[in-house]
Design a protein around this ligand. Structure first.
Ligand code: MN
Ligand code: MN
Length: 462
């Protein structure tokens, strides 16, 4: 029998989401805005997983982290980073607690983002233009990627094995690239079709030149190849062993008179990977903490750089063994915050959301018990016990956060890397921040939510 508490504030019986901006005092608002400035610099510099990896390595080195290789000895206080093929990096700090008893605290976020990749034979010429043929990467609304400035990022491996790094279109005086759309005057047939067919995959051809060279055929193409050869020493053959990505050339900017929001490319999932990375630098450890920045989430976590790769299990096992612990026991007692963005309630499109269970803008980082689609299919569905533990951790550190689900039941769905980590026998729950216009070339987030993600990740690793 529960005794009646006459002093009880009955408002506390209700679950209510609250605006972080409303709750924050002036000092907290300053921290929110300062963090946003550092984040904007990060996403302006890092537009591919390779660039994010390089950035994380250089930040880690500044913080005294040293590179780790399988088989290295480890001891309490060690700060290490493990690089996976230049496309992902795992940072970790060895804490004072016994990991066989307490497990590991793991935060993970992905550093790839939807974009447009070049095909392996990309260059062709037609009617006064030189183009690159492309194959898009991740789930995009193709029509959104036309008529915006685009930049080119990536690597080319030459015949002799030499690696050439390309980053063109980001500096003020760099040229940019461009995908055309039809003028409305001639768009009658196009506009009456399905939105998914307004621009087809094979129409995502990128304009890269228009100046002819003096020769018989393919004059413009030859001139473009000449410029590429003069600048980078590459030939048309070298595209076969290249990874070149076309991404929006736009810089992240404050949005709104009050600058509450940030517009930018790749908030999914760099608005989680940046806070995760910064939180592992910040935390002083009792727990052994791990921050995984992973590739290939947007195409199903495949391959040896995606979350399905055995390398992550190997790494956890190697760390456990190096500390004299049983890796199976360590994994079984570990906890993971799988940090990925969620769809934000958009008042402009209310019909697809169920508002009570959708993430609201500026109400903080959002915890998603399950993802998936059509009856939770494809979700790892965190246990009530796991969610309960995270709730306690967040409330202890006064983190403003909210619960969320992607949209209405049977409206669609999506997944994250959470299920691949939980398969390793690790308690895992999704936590991210709400994003407006997800997977578009210029997404929108709230600075308050970004900082809340950092606070959540920090609280968890503590
Ligand atoms: Mn994501
Ligand atoms: Mn995504």
């Amino acid at each position: 029998m529960i005794e009646k508490d006459k002093t009880k504030n009955y408002q506390e019986l209700l679950y209510k989401k609250e605006s972080y901006y409303e709750k924050a005092d002036d000092e907290e608002k300053k921290r929110i805005f300062d963090f946003a400035e550092r984040y904007k610099a990060f996403i302006n510099e890092c537009k591919t997983e390779r660039e994010c990896t390089a950035y994380a390595i250089s930040r880690a080195k500044e913080q005294g982290f040293k590179e780790y290789h399988f088989g290295d000895k480890l001891k309490q206080g060690d700060k290490r980073y493990f690089v996976n093929r230049d496309k992902g990096v795992t940072l970790f700090k060895i804490g004072s607690k016994n990991i066989e008893e307490c497990g590991l605290r793991i935060v993970v976020a992905h550093i790839d983002a939807p974009r447009i990749d070049l095909k392996q034979v990309p260059v062709y010429e037609s009617d006064g233009f030189c183009y690159f043929k492309t194959h898009y990467y991740g789930g995009i609304k193709k029509y959104q990627w036309t008529t915006i400035p685009l930049s080119l990022h990536g690597v080319v491996i030459k015949k002799n094995g030499e690696k050439v790094v390309i980053n063109l279109g980001e500096k003020e005086d760099d040229p940019v690239f461009y995908i055309s759309d039809l003028l409305p005057h001639l768009g009658k047939t196009q506009m009456s079709g399905k939105a998914s067919e307004i621009i087809s995959g094979e129409q995502l051809n990128v304009i890269v030149g228009g100046m002819p060279e003096k020769s018989e055929n393919d004059k413009i193409k030859l001139n473009v190849l000449k410029i590429l050869n003069d600048t980078y020493g590459i030939t048309e053959h070298d595209f076969i062993s290249a990874e070149l990505c076309v991404v929006p050339a736009m810089k992240a900017r404050d949005v709104g008179f009050d600058r509450a929001f940030i517009g930018g490319y790749g908030h999914d999932d760099r608005s989680c990977s940046y806070p995760c990375m910064e939180s592992i630098f910040e935390v002083d450890n009792e727990n052994t903490s791990i921050c995984i920045l992973v590739d290939k989430e947007e195409i199903g976590s495949e391959g040896n750089t995606g979350m399905k790769s055995k390398v992550f299990e190997d790494l956890i096992d190697e760390i456990s063994l190096a500390l004299g612990c049983n890796p199976r026991q360590v994994r079984g007692r570990s906890m993971c915050l799988s940090c990925d963005v969620d769809g934000c309630y958009d008042p402009n499109f209310p019909s697809v959301y169920e508002k009570k269970n959708t993430a609201l803008i500026s109400c903080g980082a959002c915890m998603t018990k399950f993802t998936g689609s059509g009856g939770k299919s494809g979700s790892s569905d965190a246990s009530a016990e796991t969610v309960g533990k995270i709730r306690q951790i967040l409330s202890k550190e006064n983190v403003v956060w909210q619960t969320s689900e992607l949209g209405k039941v049977d409206q669609g769905g999506g997944g994250t890397v959470a299920k691949y980590i939980s398969q390793l026998n690790i308690d895992t729950v999704d936590m991210g921040i709400p994003v407006i216009s997800m997977h578009s070339p210029y997404e929108l987030i709230s600075k308050a939510d970004l900082y809340s993600m950092y606070r959540a990740s920090l609280a968890f690793l503590k």
